[in-house]
Write a protein that binds this ligand. Structure first.
Ligand code: ATP
Length: 275
C-alpha cells in the first residue's frame, strides 16, 4: 500500500526522534567526548499497516541500531518507539502482544538459527516463547501450513538448520517470525547474504506475505537496487541521521540529497547492465 493510501490509517510503527549512543573508546566524526558514540541521532520514521518502508544507507549509518530499537533490543537515550500509537520500551518492558507484534529477520540465516535444531523444533520454540500464538489444534498441521506459506515442503520440518541451503534457512527464519503472528517484520539485510537469484525469490516471498498476512515491513538494506524492488517508501540514513525520505519512486527517480544521489550512482555502477 502506498503511503498516500495509508495516510488515513494510524501508523503501525512510529519512531520518534530516536537517539541511541554507545559508550566506546576511539573517536569518529559523531563522537561526543568521553567515548560516547552517537549511532542514531534524532531519527523519525513511520510504517503504516501493510506498508513496506526501505531504510538504506552505507555500512555504519545506524540502520541496524534503529532496527534493534524497534524490536526492543537496544535502549534509546531519548525519543520513542510507538506500536499502534502506544510507546514501547525494551523487550523486558513490553507486553507479550507488543513483543509479538514486531519480529526481526536477520541477515545471516545460518547464524540466526540454531544449527543443530530441527525446523520443527525451531518453530515449536517460537510457539513456546509466545504461547498465545501457538495453534489450538494439531501443531503438525499448523507447522506444515506455515512451511507451505514460506514455500517449503513439509519434509523440511525434520531437517536440521545446518542441512538446509541459505535460501531455505532464510525461509525458515521468516516462518519462525510468522509463527507468532506479527504485524511488522523488521528485515535487517535479510537478503544480503544470498545469491542474486535466491534474493529475488525471497523478495517475492516477502511481497506475497505482505498481501496474504497484511504485514508491514521495515526493510533494511545497504543496497538501493534491492530496496527498489520492494519498498513503497524509502528513508535514507547517513551517519545516524535520516537525510531523505519519501515515496520510493521520488527518492529513486529524483533524489534530493547529494548522498542519495551518490548511493544511486554507486548502485548503477555495480549493475551497469540494468542502467
Ligand atoms: N553495541 C555497540 N557498541 C558500540 N558501537 C556500536 C554498537 N552497535 C553499533 N555500534 C556502532 O554504531 C554505528 C552504527 O552501527 P549499525 O550497525 O547500526 O549500522 P548499519 O548502518 O546497520 O551498518 P551495517 O550495515 O554495517 O550493520 C557503527 O559505527 C557501529 O560500530
Amino acid at each position: 500500500m502506498l503511503k498516500e493510501a495509508a495516510d488515513a490509517q494510524e501508523d503501525l510503527l512510529e519512531v520518534r526522534d530516536l537517539r541511541v549512543s554507545f559508550g566506546r573508546r576511539g573517536t569518529w566524526l559523531r563522537s561526543r567526548g568521553s567515548g560516547e558514540f552517537v549511532a542514531v541521532d534524532g531519527v523519525s520514521l513511520t510504517v503504516a499497516p501493510d506498508e513496506i518502508v526501505g531504510l538504506v544507507g552505507e555500512s555504519g549509518s545506524g540502520k541496524t541500531t534503529v532496527a534493534r530499537a524497534v524490536v526492543g533490543l537496544v535502549r534509546p537515550d531519548s525519543g520513542a518507539v510507538l506500536l499502534d500509537g502506544a510507546p514501547v520500551g525494551p523487550v523486558g518492558r513490553r507486553t507479550t502482544a507488543q513483543q509479538r507484534a514486531a519480529q526481526m529477520v536477520f541477515q545471516d540465516p545460518r547464524s540466526s538459527l540454531s544449527p543443530r535444531m530441527t525446523v520443527a523444533a525451531i518453530i515449536d520454540e517460537a510457539w513456546r516463547t509466545h504461547p498465545s500464538s501457538a495453534p489450538d489444534g494439531d501443531r503438525t498441521d499448523a507447522l506444515h501450513r506455515l512451511l507451505d506459506d514460506v514455500g517449503l515442503d513439509a519434509g523440511v520440518a525434520r531437517h536440521r538448520a545446518d542441512e538446509l541451503s541459505g535460501g531455505q534457512c532464510q525461509r525458515v527464519s521468516i516462518a519462525r517470525a510468522l509463527a507468532v503472528r506479527p504485524r511488522l517484520l523488521v528485515c535487517d539485510e535479510a537478503v544480503s547474504a544470498l545469491d542474486v537469484s535466491v534474493q529475488a525469490q525471497i523478495l517475492r516471498l516477502l511481497v506475497d506475505l505482505r498481501e496474504r498476512h497484511h504485514l508491514a515491513m521495515l526493510f533494511i538494506s545497504h543496497d538501493l537496487g534491492v530496496v527498489h524492488q520492494i519498498a513503497d517508501r524509502i528513508a535514507v540514513m547517513r551517519r545516524g541521521v535520516v537525510v531523505e525520505e519519501g515515496p520510493a519512486t521520488d527518492v529513486l527517480g529524483s533524489p534530493q540529497h547529494e548522498y542519495t544521489r551518490s548511493l544511486l550512482d554507486a548502485a548503477l555502477e555495480l549493475s551497469p547492465a540494468e542502467s
